[in-house]
Each structure stands twice: as structure tokens, then as C-alpha cells.
Write a protein that binds this ligand. Sequence first.
Ligand code: ASP
Ligand code: MG
Length: 403
Amino acid sequence: MLIVKKFGGSSVANKERIFNVARRCIEDYKKGHDVVVVLSAMGKTTDELLAKAKEINPNASKREMDMLLTTGEQVSVAMMAMAMQAMDVPAISLNAFQVKMNSSSRHGNARFKRIDSERITNELEARKIVIVTGFQGINKHEDYTTLGRGGSDTTAVALAAALHADKCEIYTDVDGVFTADPRIVPNARKLDEITYDEMLELATSGAKVLHNRSVEMAKKYGVQMVVRSSLNETEGTVVKEVVKMEKMLITGVASDKNTARISVIGVKDKPGTAFKIFHRLAKNNINIDIILQSVGREGTKDISFTVSQDDLQDALRVLEENKESLTIQEIKHNAKVAKVAIVGAGMMSNPGVASQMFEALYNYGININMISTSEIRITVLIDEKDVDRATLAIHEKFALGDV
Ligand code: ASP
Ligand code: MG
């Protein structure tokens, strides 16, 4: 059996944890399995590197940022190989160049294009444990790229797909995927299983447990993933296409504070206005989330939308620079907003889920700014200060927790 095992930063944060991970990998190796390990940078390394870069140059180029950030993963894979060798197990660390993990060119948010399996396969045939850097790729200019924060999950799934692995295990510091963030909702319940679609909606709505693109890729290539703890032997949560019928209407609640709202006021109420605004933003690589357009008045209308807080300044600059051509009279923004979403395949066939969610918020006096829905998700935009209370209220309303 070929197993891909991915460990997050907290799972390799120090010497003891590195040896703990080494032991878990060696267990599988000694059973005769082929083991490929994907690692994140140790502990808070990536955050620290970001902070250091900011001290030197707050507008550092994205190429150099990737050059810097990829060092974090390189440290952890080398350390892990050393730990395994210290335990007399043959192991080798490889980076994106050595494996040849080709990605798109976009620094800081690259996507994998093609992954060579040859080098890894050869090392596995030589009965080594192969330890690969997560989070990084190489582009056509032979420069390092990174996949976006949390991207090591996507490295693991991409390798599992390329190597036709039998298992893809994502190890973290929690026991699996929960009905809500247990730090916010103490009685949140661990899920045994979740569908790709639900997991994708949760990850995109702010659940940090998996990188959303890893779920997208797992679905595309049919890679079954399991999310579990590196600190205990608990079973974890399986992410797959179909799950056994659960009676739950809602699978989970997620929230995201990394959101800001922008309103463009008094734009011309005629064909092409929305196209031009969002085309400008897209050209500048700014992702738009919820969009709300007001009913027109006297030939003008207002459009509000959300962007991630990281993109807020860029978005405001682009709009300001094109204010006239986009017929904008005024630009407003609010960074103190947050999204709360409920996700569940069960809501497709059950009317009234939205009203139940809104009732929960009403009962707690929480005002809704914007609403957006998909077949299996309802998202509301609310004041940032209300987000934890809202999560608790909704979780309670749908009785998602352990009793
Ligand atoms: N080290 C990177 C980050 O912190 C990638 C990862 O952890 O998956 O975002
Ligand atoms: Mg992660």
C-alpha cells in the first residue's frame, strides 16, 4: 500500500513532535507500506518569515516572498529525514525542484499543473521514506511559487493523485472536522464523514482545517482523504464523495473574519456597469465573494460586495483609480464585518433552513448585512463583533453539538 501522510506545522513544531511524527511514519513503513510524507513549516515559521520580510520591505515582490517562504518547508523536511535516519530508517527529503512539482506562475497563489512521479517512485523502490516539502511549486521560469496559506494539504492531495496512493492522511492538532470551531463552540461534535462538496463549502467559508483547493483536487481525482490528529490515535474524519445518510440537516457552521465589504455608490443603472467594475477587479486578481445590488433610483444604483481583508487596499486603489470610467460617485468600505455560513447537503430538500438560521440570529439581536446562498450553503455577512455569538446561536439552533 502507498500512503501519503501530511503533517501540519503544529505537528512538527519541536524536537519531540518531529520524533513523534517520525515514529508514526516508521510504523507504516515497517508494516511494508510505501510512505510519502508531506510537511508544513515548523510551528509558526511561515508567520515569522512574513513578519521579518515586512520589516525589511513591506512591499516586497511576490517572487522574493516565495523565495523566502519556501525555506520554512525545506527546514522541516530535512529535520524529519535526519530524525528518521537517527532511528536507523532510510529516509530522504525532496523539495519541489527535486520532485518536479510544476505549477502556474502566480506567486503566492500558484496551482499545480504537472507532477513527476519518477524521482519519488525510484526512492520508494529503494525502500526509503520520502519526505516532500508542502506548499511549494516551481513555475515555467524555474522560480519557486507557493500555493497560498495552508497549501501543504494541496501538495499532499496532488501527490496522492499523481502517485495513485491508496490513502491520503492529513494530520493536524485537532481530532478531525468538527460541526464548528471547538474553540468557539465547546460542544462542537467531530464528524465521522463529510462529502467533498460540504467540505469544500466549509473550507471556503473559513473552516481552517483543510485548504479549500485540496478538497477541490481530491474531488476531481477521487482521492479519499482522512483528517486526523497527530497527537492521538482517534479515527478522524473521512472526506469522500458519498456519505452514509445522516439525519442531520446541517453538517457544520463556519465563520471568517478575514472579510471586508466595499460599496460603490451611485453608479449608472445601465447594461455593462457591473461587468466593467468586476472585470477591473478580476484583472487585478481580486476575488469577489458576496455581491448585492440595490434597486435603481434616478438612473443610478449601488453595488456592494465582499473581498478578503488582504485584498481590501488593492481593491480600493483599483476602484479609486478607475472611479470616473466606472461611473462611481462614492466608494465606502467596512473591514469590521465577518461571514458566518451553514453547510449541509440536507438543506437541498428541506425548505425553511434559511428561516431557522435567521431566527437564531434574530433571537440574539444580530443584524444581517448581506446574504448569499448555494444549493448546500447559506452565508450571512454580519458585524465582526457578533461572529462568535452568531456561530454559537446557529450551532445551538440546529442542535449540532454533543448532548
Ligand atoms: N507553511 C504554510 C502556511 O503556513 C503552508 C501550510 O502550512 O500548509 O501557510
Ligand atoms: Mg492547515
